[in-house]
Design a protein around this ligand. Structure first.
Ligand SMILES: Nc1ncnc2c1ncn2[C@@H]1O[C@H](COP(=O)(O)OP(=O)(O)O)[C@@H](O)[C@H]1O
Ligand SMILES: [Mg+2]
Length: 239
């Protein structure tokens, strides 16, 4: 069996709200294997976004360990963490989060610029990624000139800019109609096939969850079910 690319061990997270502690995560253990498409489902407020943020190094757990591609995320210096985030992980969000004053092409180029890739190489790679998500003819468009689905496809291309091992998505089809949502998920599933990119994504929509090879359910900050393959589909039927 291969080494997990993500290892989460006994992760707790509490937020202080005034004097009250909100327990967002209460002992999460999760190993994700390379090439898995893991769908995380659970009611609103159950801790899904918090867990993704901790895996992505955006937030620190109150307790526990997080290892991503062999690196101890919590112990990394700010620089090393930024590097890990830039080169190992790609992020896609519900509201696309594109830079409004950048064209589609420039948005895809941005993470490559941060990683030090320059000039024509960078431009060509951005072009090929936009082509990959079916937007070759929209490279000069600004986000405001694109539909929601097109913006999300740009966001997927941007997330892939530095060839990440892991794609992390938080309700990425939440604002899209189902046909457009399927298009975005189809692209992600194809990328998983082609590059074996590991995918961890949150959705509320059982139709989008069907893309997963593994279904993890979370409730009140704890994992309540973790099923792979056929069993995942069966678990989905009962959600
Ligand atoms: N920055 C924060 N400050 C205080 N409480 C937070 C913060 N982020 C999340 N929470 C709380 O943690 C719990 C889990 O939130 P979240 O991870 O966003 O859930 P989900 O993504 O499953 O809807 C919720 O009770 C939420 O109110
Ligand atoms: Mg959330």
């Amino acid at each position: 069996m291969s080494e997990p690319i993500i290892h989460v061990e006994n992760v707790h997270k509490s937020f202080l709200m005034g004097k009250e502690a909100v327990l967002a995560l209460r002992g999460i253990d999760l190993d994700v294997l390379p090439g898995e498409i893991l769908c995380l489902m659970g009611p609103s407020g159950s801790g899904k976004t918090t867990l993704l943020n901790i895996v992505g190094g955006l937030e620190e757990p109150s307790r526990g360990h997080v290892i991503v591609k062999g690196q101890n995320v919590i112990a990394l210096s700010e620089d090393k963490l930024a590097q890990l985030r830039l080169t190992t992980m790609g992020f896609v969000f519900q509201n696309y989060n594109l830079l409004a004053n950048f064209t589609a092409l420039e948005n895809v180029e941005a993470p490559m610029a941060l990683a030090g890739l320059r000039g024509r190489k960078r431009r060509e790679k951005a072009r090929s990624l936009l082509q990959r998500v079916g937007l070759a003819d929209r490279e000069r468009h600004y986000p405001s000139e694109l539909s929601g689905g097109q913006q999300q496809r740009v966001a997927v291309a941007r997330a892939l800019a530095n060839d990440p091992d892991i794609l992390i998505g938080d309700e990425i089809t939440g604002d899209l109609d189902s046909v457009t949502g399927f298009e975005v998920m189809d692209i992600i599933a194809e990328l998983n096939e082609e590059r074996r990119t590991t995918v961890v994504y949150v959705t509320h929509d059982p139709r989008m969850a069907k893309y997963a090879s593994r279904l993890v359910q979370i409730r009140d900050g704890k994992i309540t079910s973790d099923e792979t393959g056929e069993a995942a589909l069966a678990a989905l039927e009962s959600t």
